[in-house]
Design a protein around this ligand. Structure first.
Ligand code: PEP
Length: 249
């Protein structure tokens, strides 16, 4: 049975209180598509006001610390995200892995902390351009998964986002066939790791320059259970068509 589509917006370091109007418009439109799960991950400062403004719509963090509390200046634990109203968090985004030197082991610890706290997790993996050009993308991504998937039962609470780094924010996307091959490989890894039932139920999102124009094609690929969307999630005008494309499949 196909998994429910999951469309998640990552606002990165964008969005102040004025942007709550966009979140409200997105939540309202998403409510009309009960067959699709949608969520927004705003900056940490906006989690509580957004959760308050869009009650019933999922709001998440973009990262969390592996420890529950302590002397970690500038960091946010999974429990604090939850206290602010988050029900999910992204971990292992390439901008964290690359910009903040996060290893697979660090990402795994974050995923585990978030899941045991009760947050849904979107765990990101993806290859840089040179790895794709060297035809090593699949091995690279599977290796990242080996090191960063949490050792707890997955299923509905964990999603993996395949985000080729060279496709993020560039307007470039892999071909549908490249996405199909990579998502099939990720599915195989999830089944190896979590067994046939939970491995099949763990959603695999595609991320990297998803827009209303390419969503139908990308979301229609086998084993693409949703999308992680950056730039096109910042406004209702751009994000809602992606939710609608998922609902129409
Ligand atoms: C992202 O950063 O997760 C992302 C997919 O960004 P964009 O949609 O802008 O490529």
């Amino acid at each position: 049975m196909a998994n429910r589509k999951y469309i998640v917006g990552n606002w990165k370091m964008n969005g102040d209180h004025a942007a709550l109007a966009e979140a409200k418009a997105i939540a309202q439109a998403a409510a009309a598509h009960a067959g699709v799960d949608a969520a927004l991950c705003p900056p940490a400062t906006l989690i509580a006001p957004m959760a308050e403004a869009v009650k019933g719509f999922a709001v998440g963090g973009q990262d969390c610390h592996a420890e529950p509390k302590g002397a970690f200046t500038g960091s946010m634990s999974a429990g604090l995200l939850q206290d602010a109203g988050a029900t999910l968090t992204i971990v292992g985004h390439s901008e964290r892995r690359e910009g903040f030197g996060e290893s697979d082991a660090a990402v795994q610890a974050k995923a585990l902390a978030a899941m045991t706290t009760g947050l849904d997790v979107i765990l990101c993996v993806g290859e840089p351009k040179n790895v794709r050009e060297d035809a090593e993308a699949e091995a690279y991504v599977l290796n990242q998964l080996d090191g960063s998937l949490p050792d707890v039962a997955a299923g509905r609470t964990l999603a993996v986002a395949y985000e080729p780094i060279w496709a993020i924010g560039t307007g470039l996307t892999p071909t549908a066939d490249d996405v199909r091959v990579m998502h099939a490989a990720i599915r195989g890894k999830l089944i190896d790791r979590y067994g046939p039932e939970l491995g099949a139920a763990t959603r695999i999102l595609y991320g990297g320059s998803v827009t209303g124009d390419n969503a139908t094609e990308l979301l229609g690929v086998d084993n693409v259970d949703g999308a992680l969307v950056g730039g096109a999630s910042l406004t209702a005008a751009k994000f809602v068509p992606i939710i609608e494309a998922a609902a129409a499949l």
